[in-house]
Design a protein around this ligand. Sequence first.
Ligand SMILES: *[C@@H]1O[C@H](CO)[C@@H](O)[C@H](O)[C@H]1NC(C)=O
Ligand SMILES: *[C@@H]1O[C@H](CO)[C@@H](O)[C@H](O)[C@H]1NC(C)=O
Ligand SMILES: *[C@@H]1O[C@H](CO)[C@@H](O)[C@H](O)[C@H]1NC(C)=O
Ligand SMILES: *[C@@H]1O[C@H](CO)[C@@H](O)[C@H](O)[C@H]1NC(C)=O
Length: 235
Amino acid sequence: VPNVIFALALCRGDSNASACEGCLVTAFQDGQDNCPDSKDTTVYYNGNPCMLRFSNKNFLATTDNDKILVIATFASMEMPLNTSIRHDSFRFLLFTLLNNTAQSAANSSRRFTTSRLDVSSLPTVYCLMQCTPDLTADDCAACFHPYSSLTFKHMDDGKGGQILGTRCSMRYEIYPFFQGKPMLRIINLASAVPAINNTLPPVTVYPHRQSQPQSPVAAPPPPEAQASTQELHGM
Ligand SMILES: *[C@@H]1O[C@H](CO)[C@@H](O)[C@H](O)[C@H]1NC(C)=O
Ligand SMILES: *[C@@H]1O[C@H](CO)[C@@H](O)[C@H](O)[C@H]1NC(C)=O
Ligand SMILES: *[C@@H]1O[C@H](CO)[C@@H](O)[C@H](O)[C@H]1NC(C)=O
Ligand SMILES: *[C@@H]1O[C@H](CO)[C@@H](O)[C@H](O)[C@H]1NC(C)=O
């Protein structure tokens, strides 16, 4: 006192100890090199498996999830979502995946879940969600609450992406990207995709996208989504 630094580090739940340590050593250095005049720095990576924040403010006193960064995957491969039916189906299934994965992560002791959704007519979707393990199950679920809406707003085109926050993170892709087998295979269908909220938290989006047409997402699920979702067998 008065020179106090608060810090929070979190490694992705599927990373091993050496990858975690290596990432954090790099992150401490990168944070100082890239933000030399900042007293509140957060480091995220697109590839490396850790997050680091250090600050002169006691941000640990709350469970606020700020410094949210949205990274939309830049895919060279086009998803075959060429009809509106397919697009609606994909949104519906993506919501189902996010909602169930968030619930599972919140309810797990490590606040971490990987998942996979197999649907015959659409690409297999992989998802990973994680909260800092000091959050309660309720706080973790609340942290994920705006993430479905943010996903539909910024990366609903099936190319994947990440929402990174200091308290919870989400990533989905149409290829496997996490270590190990998915901890959750989705079998339940949600009743509907909720409408996008006007009250989303402030986020930084990368890469920047041109203003996109806002299409409603509250439409009832098209029949194709229900029909093509297969009952999955145990892990
Ligand atoms: C840890 O994970 C990294 C990255 O996945 C991998 O290259 C490395 O072999 C792993 N190390 C051990 C000891 O498992
Ligand atoms: C899942 O969706 C339902 C219905 O919209 C919502 O009430 C619930 O809070 C969601 N769960 C999570 C963890 O986001
Ligand atoms: C959460 O976990 C508890 C105990 O592990 C279990 O009884 C409960 O059914 C789970 N709830 C959900 C929504 O998965
Ligand atoms: C949307 O906003 C309402 C009121 O502003 C709030 O009660 C609700 O939880 C929000 N839903 C989401 C998904 O953030």
